[in-house]
Design a protein around this ligand. Structure first.
Ligand SMILES: *Cc1c(COP(=O)(O)O)cnc(C)c1O
Length: 396
């Protein structure tokens, strides 16, 4: 029988970060000592007070389907969190809990985009944005940024990218992969442009909000009164709470968008996992101070990895202000040959590091920027030191 797959799925690119992780796993299984710096996953155990809440939920008999958009107690915890951390006021009709922030993003694309609608993505962007947009028949419009601008899109660039077909703007701040953070003033400048284009809905992905190294305070687009009614604030617990496998994300949104996401989710996945939802109530109600020890540790590792990378000629790094990635420009290596392997682009470079240094990273192409690679420092100091030392050797 011939291939009966849809054009839709055939047009999707497999997640490059997951693919690299799979390749690394395969090499490891064949006996190679691979250091994995490709995945965006904290290496911490989840805090005990959150574990206890999950155990309590099991013992309390939480087994049944939950409301599609999440337990009321969890929605209230999210409302409290938005008020406390972001000065954003939402009511229960504006909150939808999903199976990870990834599903939250997918839902929003599905309910807002029509065929051919354009979505502006400042590059580099999170790996899944463009495919989530394409799955909703939208058209990703990539706006290149550069190291010189700390990988941030300017108001002029935004203005120039807008067409009558522009329906949305998506960005993450702190940014995965660059670690850049838009200041409140920078967001205001973008909002001033959007003022003239009232049809554009903004997706502000704030999943790294708490992983902020204290230079630029976190700011939300929805804080601006004139943007509140057309901004979807996306967040989740995977990164800051080290709960990647628990799969809980959420949005605060205009009520009509939240209602539509609820309707969609009701036909696709129903409510998110009941035990995970109960645990997240505790995670969000408790003070974010309780997870700050992880941020302190990431900050230390950031210093170490930046120091080591800046010491290798050819790596050009911005100073990430949040998240747990460095995103060095490696164009200095393009056109060069190492041990018989010619490096033509970032993909060749990442593959060479995997094969010659046994270190897994991710090509910048996956994030819409082919000059860089992404290296995660959500790994132990020992692994980081060993990995960068091997990279240095492979490039000498
Ligand atoms: C990890 C990540 C997500 C997805 O989060 P989940 O809750 O695990 O689905 C979304 N956006 C960005 C920028 C991320 O890095």
């Amino acid at each position: 029988m011939s291939n009966q797959l849809s054009d839709r799925i055939n047009s999707v690119t497999p997640s490059a970060t997951l693919e690299m992780a799979a390749k690394a796993r395969k090499l490891r299984a064949s006996g190679k000592d691979i250091i994995g710096l490709s995945l965006g996953e904290p290496d911490f155990d989840i805090p005990d007070y959150i574990k206890d809440a999950a155990i309590q939920a099991v013992n309390d008999g939480y087994n049944s389907y939950t409301p599609v958009d999440g337990y009321v107690e969890l929605k209230d915890a999210i409302i409290t969190k938005f008020k406390r951390d972001n000065n954003l006021t939402y009511d229960r009709t504006q909150i939808v809990v999903s199976t990870g922030a990834k599903q939250s993003l997918y839902n929003v694309a599905q309910v807002v985009l029509n065929k051919g609608d354009e979505v502006i993505l400042p590059c580099p962007y999170w790996v899944s944005y463009s495919d989530i947009v394409k799955l909703a028949d939208g058209v990703p419009v990539e706006v290149p940024t550069s190291l010189e601008n700390d990988f941030k899109m300017t108001a002029e660039q935004l203005e120039a990218a807008i067409t009558p077909k522009t329906k949305m703007l998506w960005y993450s701040s702190p940014c995965n992969p660059s670690g850049s953070i838009y200041s409140k003033d920078e967001l205001r400048a973008l909002a001033n442009v959007l003022q003239k284009h009232p049809q554009i809905v903004v997706v502000s992905d704030e999943i790294y909000e708490h992983i902020n190294y204290g230079v630029t305070p976190h700011a939300s687009m929805a804080e601006f009164e004139d943007m509140y009614d057309r901004t979807v604030t996306v967040n989740g617990v995977a990164k800051a709470f080290a709960m990647t496998g628990w799969r809980i994300g959420y949005i605060g949104a205009p009520a009509y968008i939240a209602r539509a996401c609820n309707k969609l989710q009701g036909q696709v996945t129903s409510g998110a996992n009941c035990i995970a939802q109960r645990a997240v109530i505790t995670a969000l109600i408790e003070s974010p101070e309780r997870i700050h020890y992880m941020v302190d540790e990431f900050k230390e590792r950031r210093k170490i990895i930046l120091g080591l990378l800046n010491d290798i000629e050819g790596f050009k790094c911005n100073e990430p202000e949040g998240a747990f990635y460095v995103y060095p420009d490696v164009t200095a290596y393009f056109g060069k040959t190492f041990n018989g392997t010619k490096i033509n682009n970032a993909s060749d470079f990442a593959m060479y590091l995997l094969e010659a240094a046994n270190v897994a990273t991710v090509t910048g192409d996956a994030f819409g920027n082919g000059n860089c690679i992404r290296i995660s420092y959500a790994a132990s100091e020992k692994e980081i030191r060993e990995a960068i030392s091997r990279i240095r050797t492979a490039l000498s």
